[in-house]
Design a protein around this ligand. Structure first.
Ligand SMILES: C[S@@+](CC[C@H](N)C(=O)[O-])C[C@H]1O[C@@H](n2cnc3c(N)ncnc32)[C@H](O)[C@@H]1O
Length: 248
């Protein structure tokens, strides 16, 4: 694996086209709305800022945005977009990398918390965020609810997508909460595979990580339009708050 991690040059080159629905204004605008409201007059920090899908429209709304990402290839795509040069980005691991200043909101979207593949790295990420937040500041995560109810007892693989020449298969290790997402494509008659490891994490476990970092749950929605979170929800948007009387 290169220093860019799994989002290296070939992935970065097609990232924006690979999930067009995530770039649609109907997906982006509600995210920006929630984050701008939480940012208020303060600054926002995006962990895994990528090509700027959320950071750029948020900055366009007038919120000063900074970001952390380990992939120089992804960040170079952000830089090439209008306004991309104005966003301060630090290259590094968002579980541990520090940036200057404090923030009224920090956020990690699009399941990116699961890119941290150990519990200790996810806990470190919460602690790192808490250290960057102003008192009363918020941490927001958008992530899927683990799909274990789709995995029959004794099975390891779950096919999550399939078409004539492309398949997505999740490989579970329930002992470690590990999940390898395999993407298989037929290209020029040959089967190509791209596999990425994740650590799936439960909402309650995230709440505990927040508590370890001195934060408490403020909101949990099923989506960015603040839909009610229920036992049928397949993803959640959660907001934890650093106490207003915490030392900065
Ligand atoms: C799924 S993309 C999301 C990008 C952007 N936030 C978006 O919503 O389009 C995940 C991003 O997180 C970055 N990333 C993954 N793990 C990371 C880590 N441990 N430290 C820093 N960046 C990481 C990747 O390089 C990639 O740019």
């Amino acid at each position: 694996m290169s220093e860019d991690g799994y989002f290296d040059e070939p992935v970065a080159a097609t990232y924006d086209e690979s999930s067009p629905e995530m770039f649609d204004p109907s997906s982006v605008e509600p995210v920006v709305e929630v984050l701008a409201e939480l940012a208020g007059d303060g600054r926002a920090l995006e962990l895994g800022i990528g090509t700027g899908r959320i950071a750029l429209p948020l900055a366009h709304r007038g919120v000063p945005v900074a970001g952390i990402d380990m992939s120089a290839a992804m960040v170079s795509r952000l830089r090439a977009k209008p306004g991309g040069e104005d966003i301060e980005v630090t290259i590094g691991d968002f579980a541990t990398t520090t940036v200057d200043g404090s923030f009224s909101v920090a956020y990690v979207v699009f399941n990116t918390i699961n890119n941290l593949t150990t519990q200790s790295a996810q806990v470190a990420c919460f602690r790192n965020v808490a250290a960057h937040l102003e008192p009363g500041g918020c941490f927001v995560i958008e992530v899927g609810v683990p799909e274990l109810r789709r995995l029959p007892p004794g099975e390891t693989y779950h096919v999550f997508s399939g078409s004539g020449d492309a398949w997505g298969i999740d490989e579970y290790d329930v002992a470690t909460q590990g999940l390898i997402s395999h993407h298989l494509h037929v290209v020029d008659g040959k089967l190509e595979r791209f596999s990425v490891p994740f650590r799936y994490v439960w909402p309650a476990e995230l709440d505990l990580m927040a508590e370890l970092a001195g934060m408490t749950l403020r909101e949990r929605w099923a989506g960015w339009n603040r839909e009610r979170f229920t036992n049928e929800s397949r993803q959640h948007v959660s907001v934890w708050e650093k106490p207003a009387d915490a030392s900065p």
